[in-house]
Design a protein around this ligand. Structure first.
Ligand code: CA
Length: 229
């Protein structure tokens, strides 16, 4: 999935509720993947980790709580925010939900507007470029809403792929990204692209970042990949 369209995994066993929520999420610009039970949800997350997970508490067989617990113990999915959705409303359940590592908790019947606000609040923290936030790194400013990038106040010309690469780096300065991780994040899993393509676009991004001068802020980490700063 391209980094400027957030992906959500929606896990809900009641088809009517699932469809209503999926409709609202899609209308709001999300790429929605749907699962009707816990096993399916765990399998889908293994294939591609979404940006956020909406997880019903009461599911047949593997409960939402168990799915949450499993995802929060795996290093590859620990950082993905999970909003638990439940018909239960007692305080004790709310506490249990948060104890399993859920990042937020919504009680049925919920307002879709409120739920969407909570989804955006989580993404502002974990994937700020998907919710129109401005990202800043040293003298580089990236406005994900207007798609404008400036360095030292001067507008930079960037291609769409270079823009998505830069958004990815600027969300987590210092993090080392492997070529495979960049392919997943910037090009999407379903598209076959050679890892050398990543190097080509990194080269273009470096050139673009220095088009008005300044030093190259990207670092090549031998045998590992690339990092900003
Ligand atoms: Ca349910």
């Amino acid at each position: 999935m391209a980094s400027d369209q957030p992906s959500v995994l929606l896990v809900e066993d009641e088809p009517a509720q699932r469809e209503v929520l999926a409709y609202n999420l899609e209308a709001d610009g999300f790429a929605v993947t749907k699962a009707g039970n816990g096993e399916e949800a765990l399998m889908l997350v293994d294939e591609a980790a979404p940006d956020i997970i909406l997880l019903d508490w009461m599911l047949p067989n593997v409960s939402g709580i168990e799915v949450c617990r499993q995802l929060k113990t795996r290093p590859s999915t620990r950082g993905v925010p999970i909003i638990m959705i439940s018909a239960r409303s007692e305080e004790v359940d709310r506490v249990r939900g948060l104890e399993t590592g859920a990042d937020d908790y919504v009680v049925k019947p919920y307002s879709v507007i409120e739920l969407m606000a909570r989804v955006r609040a989580q993404l502002r923290r974990t994937r700020p470029s998907t919710v129109g936030e401005r990202l800043e790194y040293e003298d580089i400013l990236l406005d994900s809403e207007t798609h404008r990038v400036t360095r030292d106040g001067k507008l930079l010309k960037l291609g769409p792929t270079e823009f998505r690469l830069l958004s990815t780096f600027m969300e987590k300065p210092g993090r080392v990204w492997s070529r495979e991780q960049l392919l997943d994040r910037v090009w999407g899993r379903d598209i076959y692209v050679d890892t050398r393509t990543v190097d080509v676009h990194i080269g273009r991004l470096r050139k673009a970042l220095c088009q008005h001068g300044g030093s190259d802020p990207l670092r090549t980490v031998r045998g590992a990949g690339y990092a900003l700063g």
